[in-house]
Structures are given as C-alpha cells and as structure tokens.
Design a binder for this molecule. Structure first.
Ligand code: NDP
Ligand code: MG
Length: 383
C-alpha cells in the first residue's frame, strides 16, 4: 500500500489522480489533500477518501471546510505554510505535486527534506529552481518521477538505459489551438479561443501556456533538470496528433518513442505505480483511427516564448525563475483581459532584460527574484 499526499487535489491533474487512486483502492491510500479555494470539491474528496489531513490555502474558506468535516477525525489546516505540512506528513511515501505555479517550490523542498518520493506535475518548481531541487533529491535519495506526459515518455524510454548514451531528446508539442497562425492573426485572439486546446483538457494556466508555446519552453527547462541534459540536446518537434509523447535518440543513432492516446491518466498512473507497471482499463490506441502521424518544425519566430525559454536555459542562474514568474503574471493578466496574446512575450522579455541576474542563486535569491519579477511584470502590464 502506497500512502500518497496530493497537493492541488481539486485541479485537472489532482482530480484525474484521484480517479486512478479510486480505481486501485488496494494499492493506494490518500493521506493528504490540498486545494486553494474550491471548498465544495475538496470537501467531497475528503469525505470520499478519508485522508488524515486536508489543507485549504485560502484562509477565508477555512471555517466552511472545518465545519463540513467536523466529526470525521480529519485534521483541517489553512494557509500556504500548511502545504508544507501536507508535503511532509508522517507515513506518506509519495507526494504528487499538482499545484500550479511557483507556489509549489517550498512544499516540494519540504517533501524532499522529509525523504518523500515526488510524482512531479508542477513543472514550474523545476523551472524556477531545478538545480536546487535535483541536488537536494540526490542528497536525500529521493526519486522524482515526472507526470508531465512528455517527460514521462522520456523517463519510460530511459528505463534500462544509461543516461550517458543519450544523444538528444525530442519533446513533442501539439502546437496548441493556434498552430500555423501568423502574427496578425494572433494579435486579435481572445482568451476563449486560447482556452480551446485541440487534444488535452487541462487547467487554465497550462492551456494558455500551450497556446503560446511557453508550456513547451518550460518543458525544455524541466527536461534539462530531470534528465541532466544540455540545451543543445533538447529539441522540440510539433506533432499535432499528440500520440507520440516524446522520443530519445541514443549515441548509436537508435531512437525510442513512447506512444499512447492523449490521456493524462496514463502518465499519472505510471508515476504513482513506478517502479511497477500496473494494468489499467484505459482506452487503447487504434492504428486505424490514426492513418497519419505528422511532425513539423516549431514556429519560434511567431511564438517567441520558445526561444525566450531556450535563452533562459542557456543563461542559467535565476533567468528561468524570471521567465517563469513573468509568465505567471502575464497569463493571469491575459485571463483577466488586461493584456493581448502577443504582448505576453514582450513583458516576459522586458523582465528578462531588467531583473538583476544572479549566477548561483540561493533559495532566498529565487524567492526574491520571483517576487521582484512579479512586481515588474505587473507594472509593465498596467502600463
Ligand atoms: P489546475 O489549475 O487545474 O489545478 C491547480 C490545483 O492547485 C488546484 O487544486 C488549485 O486549487 C491549486 N492551486 C492553484 N493555485 C494555488 C495556490 N496559489 N496555492 C495553493 N494551491 C493552489 O492545474 P492543472 O492540474 O492543470 O496543473 C497542475 C500542474 O500540473 C501545473 O504545473 C501544470 O503545468 C502541470 N501539468 C498539468 C497537465 C494537465 O493535463 N492539466 C499536464 C502536464 C502538466 P483550486 O482548485 O482550489 O483553485
Ligand atoms: Mg506536457
């Protein structure tokens, strides 16, 4: 029996993880669930899975959750600090980090310090402080198993291989709803159009990131830290059908790909079960439904975020932290109709040019960089 803590239980990844867990009650037990503000769903999940601890980070919602769970024996806590408690809870074996944004950084560090293995969906944490997180995980003997479908694919391709035989990897990108569109088209796109992803149903932030190719940029940085690669070893290829989830090319020229229908439950299921592979009744791929699989070069001239992410990766230090914080602000602003689609990259680039560069940041440097960048990005959006 694996005991699991789910940070971000009410989100797209969190709810799908609970579906997987609910279908395998002999394998998994949920010990902690957290949400930001969706009290109704959090309460429903708590009553169904009966965890030891429930955390609601929006403190104004504490009383409602506490009242609904009174008499159940479930402990209820509120506030961001409580995420760390959920992450480091005694008897938890695995923490699924399914929070969105750099808010995941501190609880992930707490979980690793407490020796918990990590099933990592919250890519922003690795983007912000990948060196620190991977160093700490190594020191504590903690496994980080990716949930992101592309990274799960690479991870699966590498089982039984030596990492030093990897020549390069190809991360596949669907291209999002605006694949093939030009600059003038993108000038006028609305959030409703950007929120319509062709292949995946996901949370709002990652859906906008997919439309702007920032998601792939963040994934390139995520891949560097997960697999110990250099920027030149990580390539992006557009694959509209999202069937080939990513590929590894080895030093003998051989390539391995991992494939499957685009369903996040698959990589979630794999990350929870790792190192085992457990049977599932998920819908199977049928070749007849996909007579063609296509691959194209990514258009990083129109979708500038991808190049900005490579620049941040090559520069290193706190630059990926800057790009992530600026991106979180502009995506929030775009979702509030405060900024246009193309202006998001302009603000991100201005933050990269103007926030102080730190070559070897400490945790405090990262937290400050995150904070300063958010302030500058917000000012630029307001302007
Ligand atoms: P969602 O927005 O659907 O869910 C986010 C979860 O985190 C919710 O439980 C939400 O609570 C909680 N949350 C949001 N903000 C905060 C905060 N400031 N403090 C504490 N909790 C917070 O996101 P997704 O599930 O789509 O994505 C989660 C992570 O997984 C992201 O990093 C994303 O990039 C990554 N990912 C997602 C994929 C997907 O298919 N969705 C695919 C690959 C990676 P509440 O519901 O109360 O707001
Ligand atoms: Mg992905």
């Amino acid at each position: 029996m694996k005991n699991i803590s789910i940070l971000g239980a009410t989100g797209s990844v969190g709810t799908q993880a609970l579906e997987v867990i609910g279908s395998n009650p002999d394998l998994y037990k949920v010990l902690a669930l957290t949400a930001q503000s969706n009290t109704d769903l959090l309460i429903e999940q708590a009553l169904k899975f009966n965890p030891v601890l429930v955390v609601i980070t929006d403190e104004s919602k504490y009383a409602k959750v506490k009242a609904a769970l009174s008499g159940t024996g479930i402990k209820v806590l509120a506030g961001e600090e409580a995420l760390c408690e959920a992450a480091a809870l005694d008897e938890v074996h695995l923490v699924l980090t399914a929070l969105v944004g750099s808010v995941g950084l501190r609880p992930t560090i707490e979980a690793i310090n407490a020796g918990k293995d990590i099933a990592l969906a919250n890519k922003e944490t690795l983007v912000v402080a990948g060196d620190l997180i991977t160093r700490l995980a190594k020191e504590k003997g903690v496994k980080i198993v990716p949930v992101d479908s592309e990274h799960s694919a690479i991870f699966q391709c590498l089982v039984g291989e030596n990492n030093h035989t990897v020549e390069k990897i190809y991360l596949t990108a669907s291209g999002g709803p605006f694949r093939g569109k030009d600059h003038s088209f993108l000038m006028g796109v609305t959030k409703a159009e950007a929120l319509k992803h062709p292949n995946w149903v996901m949370g709002a932030k990652i859906t906008i990131d997919s439309a702007s190719l920032m998601n792939k940029g963040l994934e390139v940085i995520e891949a560097k830290w997960l697999f110990g690669l250099e920027a030149d070893q990580i390539d992006v290829i557009v694959h509209p059908q999202s069937i080939v989830h990513s590929l590894v090319q080895f030093n003998d020229g051989s390539m391995k790909a991992q494939m499957g229908l685009p369903d996040m439950k698959l990589p979630i299921h794999y990350a929870l079960a790792y190192p085992d592979r457990i049977s599932s009744n998920f819908k199977r791929f049928n070749f007849i439904d996909y007579p063609e699989l296509n691959f194209y070069q990514a258009d990083s001239k129109t979708f500038r975020n991808l190049d900005l992410a490579y620049t941040a990766l090559r520069k290193g230090g706190n630059m990926p932290c800057i790009i992530n914080a600026a991106n979180e602000v502009v995506v929030g602003a775009f979702l509030q109709d405060r900024i246009g689609f193309l202006q998001m990259s302009d603000v991100i680039e201005a933050c990269m040019d103007n926030i102080g560069f730190i070559e070897s940041p400490s945790l405090n440097n990262y937290l400050e960089t995150d904070q300063y960048t958010r302030i500058l990005a917000d000012q630029l959006v307001t302007k």
